[in-house]
Design a protein around this ligand. Structure first.
Ligand code: MAN
Length: 545
C-alpha cells in the first residue's frame, strides 16, 4: 500500500497523519489547499486543514474525521500492510479492543494491539493457494462432466432423429392398416365369407395350416434328435472297448461319422476333448464347415428358426382385402373394357345413368352380387390397427421423453448452463450421523435410514436450486444450494425437507447433516461440479497477495 504514497505530491505526504483511516482510493483527496483549508468530500463546506481528524465532527457528511470516532456512521480503513486492507465501523476506533479485521492494530493507540498482518497474511495466502489448487483439480473433473453432457446431447439428438424416421414409417403403416380395417368393417359378413371362398385364399390357408403342422413336426423331430444324440454321446464316451462288442463299436463309429466326431479312442489317447479339437456338429472331420446348399429363394435353417413364426402370424384377412383391391385397381386401370371412354362426352351422363339402373336390376334379380355394407369379421384387422397405433404411440412417447431430457441438459434450472450437473443425475451421497444414515440422490430423493432397525423416512424430493429472490438463476451462487421438499410429514409438524449446501471439492461427498429445526435438515457437501476453472483475474489476485 505504501507504494501509493510514492506517487503522491509532497503536500500529500505531509498530510498522511491527517489522512489516518482513509482508504487508498480517497487518499489523494486528503490534501490541504494553498490557503491551508480543506473541502468536505460532499463539497458542502470548507474547513481549516487543522480541523481534519481533530476528533471533532465539522463536515455534514462526516468526511473530516476518517480516523476518529467523532462523526457517526463512518468507516475507518485499516491499511493492514502485508495482508488486505479492510473497513471497520469508526465507532470501534480507539475503543480499547483489537479488531480482528485490523491486523495492523491501527484502530487503537500505538502499543495497544500487536501488528499480526504478516502472519495473518501468510495464513490467508496459504488458504487461497489451497483453494486454488482444489479448484484446479476439481475443474478438470468438472470439464469431464461437461464433456459427458455434450455426448449425452449427441446421443439424444441421434435417437430423436431415429424416432422421427420410425414415426414417419409407423404413421404410414397405421394409415394403411386403418384403411384395411375400415374397409373390412364396411363389408358384410357374407361378402367376406364369399371372398374367403376364393381358391387363392383357401389355398393360402391350406398352405398356412400345412406349414404350421410341418413346423410342429419339425420341432418334435429336433427334440427327438437331441435326445438320441445325448444317448449316443454317452454310449460313445462311456462304453468299455475291452469287451470288443462289435455292435456297440459299430454304433459308436456310425454316430461319430454322422456327427463328424473323431474316434473316441484317439481322443482318449490324445486326451483332447472334441471341443478342444475344434470339432462340433457344424464341422466335418477335416475341420471344414458343413454348409447347407439351398436353392435361391429357399429358406435356410436359420430363416426357418427366426422368420417362420412371423410369416404364420400374418393377418390373412387383411392380405385378402389388399389383394382384392390390388386386382380391382389393375382391372379398373385398363380402359379396354371402359365403355365410357369410347363414347362422346355429351352421351356419358346418360350412359352412367343407364349403367346404374341396369346394375341395380341385375343385383335385385340375383344375376350379379352387390357389395353389402355392415358388420364383418373385423376383429383381427381392428386388433392389428390397435397394435400398430400402440406401437406408434410408444415411439412418439419415447421421442417426447428424449426431447424433454435433451432440453433439461443445458437448462439453467436443470443441469446447469454447461450441463455440468447431468453426469451427477442420480448420484447418491451418504453419511452416517447419530442413529441414521442420511442419503441424498442428486435430483432425486433424500432419505433418513435408521442404522439399526425401523423404517426409513423420505426427507423430500428435488424441488429446485437456490430459490432465494436475491440469487440470479445461472449464477455461481445459484448452484450452491438445492432444495428437497415434500418429505414424510413430521408428527405434529411440517413435511420433512432438506437444504443441501454444496461447495467445490474434488469428490462428491456429504460432509455434515444437521436437523436445524424439527424435521428441517441441512446437508453440507462438496462436488467437482462447482469447481470453476481459474481465470486470469483469479491468478492475478492471488499473485497480488
Ligand atoms: C424421527 C426422525 C427425526 C425427527 C423426528 C420427529 O425420529 O425423523 O429426525 O426429528 O422423527 O418426530
Amino acid at each position: 500500500m505504501f507504494w501509493l504514497l510514492l506517487f503522491l505530491p509532497l503536500q500529500a505526504l505531509g498530510a498522511v497523519d491527517k489522512a489516518f483511516g482513509v482508504s487508498s482510493d480517497l487518499l489523494s483527496k486528503y490534501v490541504p489547499s494553498k490557503s491551508n483549508t480543506w473541502n468536505c468530500l460532499d463539497g458542502s463546506k470548507q474547513i481549516p486543514w487543522d480541523f481534519v481528524n481533530d476528533d471533532f465532527c465539522d463536515c455534514p457528511d462526516g468526511s473530516d474525521e476518517p480516523g476518529t470516532g467523532a462523526c457517526r456512521n463512518q468507516s475507518f480503513y485499516c491499511q493492514n500492510v502485508g495482508h488486505i486492507g479492510s473497513f471497520i465501523p469508526n465507532s470501534r476506533v480507539k475503543d480499547g479492543l483489537c479488531e480482528p479485521n485490523c491486523c495492523d492494530g491501527s484502530d487503537e493507540r500505538p502499543g495497544v494491539c500487536r501488528n499480526t498482518c504478516e502472519e495473518v497474511g501468510l495464513a490467508y495466502k496459504k488458504q487461497i493457494e489451497a483453494e486454488m489448487k482444489l479448484r484446479k483439480t476439481g475443474s478438470k473433473i468438472r470439464a469431464k462432466y461437461i464433456a459427458f453432457a455434450h455426448k449425452e446431447k449427441k446421443r439424444l439428438e441421434d435417437i430423436i432423429q431415429t424416432f422421427a424416421a420410425e414415426i414417419a414409417v409407423r404413421t404410414k403403416e397405421v394409415a394403411r392398416i386403418r384403411d384395411i380395417a375400415e374397409r373390412a368393417e364396411s363389408l358384410s359378413a357374407s361378402a367376406l365369407e364369399l371372398k374367403q371362398q376364393s381358391p387363392l385364399y383357401t389355398s393360402l390357408i391350406t398352405h398356412s395350416n400345412a406349414l404350421k403342422s410341418l413346423q410342429r413336426e419339425h420341432k418334435k423331430h429336433l427334440q427327438r434328435e437331441k435326445e438320441l444324440s445325448d444317448v449316443l454321446d454317452s454310449l460313445r464316451t462311456g462304453y468299455n472297448p475291452n469287451y470288443q462288442d462289435m455292435a456297440v463299436l459299430e454304433a459308436v463309429r456310425g454316430w461319430e461319422e454322422l456327427a463328424g466326431l473323431p474316434h473316441i479312442n484317439d481322443v482318449r489317447k490324445d486326451s483332447v476333448s472334441d471341443e478342444e479339437a475344434g470339432l462340433d456338429e457344424d464341422w466335418d472331420s477335416d475341420g471344414l464347415e458343413i454348409t447347407e446348399d439351398v436353392e435361391d429363394e429357399m429358406w435356410t435353417a436359420e430363416d426357418l428358426e427366426n422368420d417362420l413364426d412371423d410369416l404364420l402370424n400374418q393377418d390373412y384377412i387383411s392380405l385378402l382385402l389388399e389383394h382384392d383391391e390390388y386386382v380391382q385397381a389393375s382391372s379398373e386401370s385398363s380402359i379396354l373394357f371402359d365403355v365410357a371412354s369410347y363414347l362422346p362426352d355429351s352421351v356419358i351422363p346418360k350412359y352412367e345413368e343407364f349403367k346404374e339402373t341396369l346394375v341395380s336390376w341385375l343385383v335385385s334379380l340375383g344375376v350379379i352380387k352387390g357389395e353389402a355394407p355392415s358388420s364383418a369379421d373385423t376383429s383381427r384387422s381392428r386388433q392389428a390397427l390397435t397394435n400398430a397405433e400402440n406401437e406408434l404411440n410408444k415411439v412418439v412417447k419415447e421421442k417426447e421423453d428424449a426431447e424433454n431430457e435433451l432440453k433439461e441438459i443445458f437448462n439453467i434450472h436443470g443441469y446447469g448452463m454447461e450441463g455440468e450437473w447431468k453426469k451427477l443425475d442420480g448420484t447418491c451421497l451418504r453419511t452416517d450421523v447419530g442413529d441414521y444414515t442420511y442419503e441424498v440422490c442428486l435430483f432425486g430423493e433424500a432419505k433418513q435410514i435408521p442404522i439399526k432397525s425401523g423404517s426409513s423416512f423420505t426427507l423430500g424430493k428435488f424441488a429446485s436450486w437456490n430459490p432465494s429472490p436475491d440469487v440470479k438463476p445461472g449464477d455461481e451462487e445459484y448452484y450452491k444450494k438445492q432444495v428437497y421438499n415434500r418429505g414424510h410429514r413430521c408428527w405434529n409438524g411440517p413435511e420433512r425437507n432438506v437444504v443441501l449446501l454444496l461447495s467445490c471439492g474434488t469428490e462428491n461427498v456429504l460432509t455434515s447433516v444437521v436437523e436445524l429445526e424439527k424435521c428441517e435438515y441441512q446437508f453440507t457437501g462438496t462436488t467437482p461440479a462447482l469447481c470453476l476453472p481459474l481465470d486470469d483475474a483469479d491468478i492475478k489476485s492471488k499473485d497480488e497477495l
